[in-house]
Design a protein around this ligand. Structure first.
Ligand SMILES: [Zn+2]
Length: 370
């Protein structure tokens, strides 16, 4: 078994979230790790929605390799390749999840298998392979609540697609549903009702002039706020008694979501009810962290490309895992291509997968003293 073959195999298992549960994929990687001597536990946040935690203990806190087993749907446009074929053509492996991120999972598993028989003199190794990332880190959130499920970790690599460029931060996402209420009445007698759409319109204008009171992050930039949806009213000749606004805030790690929600609540006042839909904080590891420096060194020695660490536009399971592990240094680094995530004819470069295996293996050897 090697990571390229395993990527093909995992792509052939449909794990489109939420229709096709992760369990068959979790069983396949779990069995490989059990056979290699890892202690493996499976946790389901709903029937079939299986995450895997595999460990080999050492003296110090383990290096953790994390990723997700689910994929997004295929989209409306037709594919020119079989999305569940795992076909390789001209050095590219095609299929849903090939970049995001079954190639990353496969590379982690091969690296773990390579180290299975080596004594670990300094620290252990763990793999956290999760269900339900694409719909808001459901598997990670569940594991973080199960006592002891995650174990401990001293540093983490998340294998999301970065084309093997180390990424040391991403923004958080705070999605809010804002609801206004009114009293319905006939459209010819608006004075008899209370108009929820007008209340919502006032709220949107207030949000459009909201100022964040935080300095931009040098890598991630400034936080943003977008009003993405507004819905209200059932028919034109009634006074609407309900309206709902969808707000998408992208935060930087210096912000606390609880505090931000309080600020928005006081801005909008008691007429607007705010409820979180997605609440994932940002992640940022300093460039001069010793683990980051080692990742940069190892990556450059494998790929021959020496780039400054980057940032990602997407969020990852690190939003949940990094704080659950006590704010450990975290790097996102995986073989997939960032630009191909969620796309039609998604693919991954085969040489990138082989590079990832080598990078992960060297990182684990250095961390674990293997
Ligand atoms: Zn992903």
């Amino acid at each position: 078994m090697n990571a390229v073959e395993l990527t093909r195999e995992l792509v052939q298992i449909d794990t489109i979230n939420p229709h096709s549960p992760e369990r068959p994929c979790a069983e396949r990687v779990g069995n490989l790790l059990v056979d290699a001597g890892y202690s493996v536990a499976t946790h389901e946040f709903a029937p079939g929605r299986a995450s895997v935690v595999a460990r080999r203990e050492g003296a110090g806190p383990p290096i953790c390799f994390a990723g997700h087993l689910d994929t997004v749907p295929l989209g409306a446009a037709p594919w020119t390749r079989n999305p569940f074929g795992g076909e390789i053509d001209a050095g590219k492996l095609y299929g849903r999840g090939s970049s995001d991120m079954k190639s990353g999972i496969a590379a982690m598993v091969e690296a773990a298998l390579r180290l299975a028989k080596t004594p670990l003199r300094k620290a252990g190794i763990s793999l956290v392979l999760l269900a339900g990332e694409e719909t808001g880190c459901e598997g990670a959130t569940h594991l973080a609540k199960v006592p002891g499920a995650l174990g401990r970790a001293g540093a983490m690599v998340v294998g999301e697609p970065t084309g093997n460029r180390p990424v040391i931060g991403h923004k958080g996402a705070l999605w809010l549903r804002a609801r206004t209420r009114g009293v319905t009445a006939h459209g010819s007698m608006p004075q008899m009702g209370v108009n929820a759409v007008i209340k919502a319109a006032r709220a949107v204008l207030q949000l459009s002039s909201f100022q964040f009171d935080v300095a931009p992050d040098p890598l991630l930039g400034a936080p943003t706020l977008n009003v993405g949806t507004i819905k209200g009213g059932l028919n034109v000749n009634s006074v609407p008694d309900e309206a709902v606004i969808g707000i998408d805030v992208r935060t930087i790690p210096a912000q606390r979501h609880g505090q931000l929600r309080k600020q928005l609540e006081s801005l909008l006042g008691p007429e607007v009810e705010l409820a979180p839909v997605v609440d994932l904080e940002g992640v940022r590891t300093p460039e001069d962290d010793p683990f980051v420096r080692n990742v940069l060194e190892v990556t450059a020695s494998v790929t021959g490309e020496r780039e400054p660490p980057g940032s990602a536009t997407y969020f990852t399971d690190a939003s949940v895992l990094t704080p659950a592990y006590g704010g450990i240094p975290t790097v996102v680094l995986g073989p997939g291509e960032m630009a191909l995530c969620h796309q039609t004819d998604e693919h991954c470069r085969v040489d990138r997968i082989e590079q990832s295996v080598e990078i992960y293996t060297r990182l684990a050897r250095a961390w674990c003293g293997a």
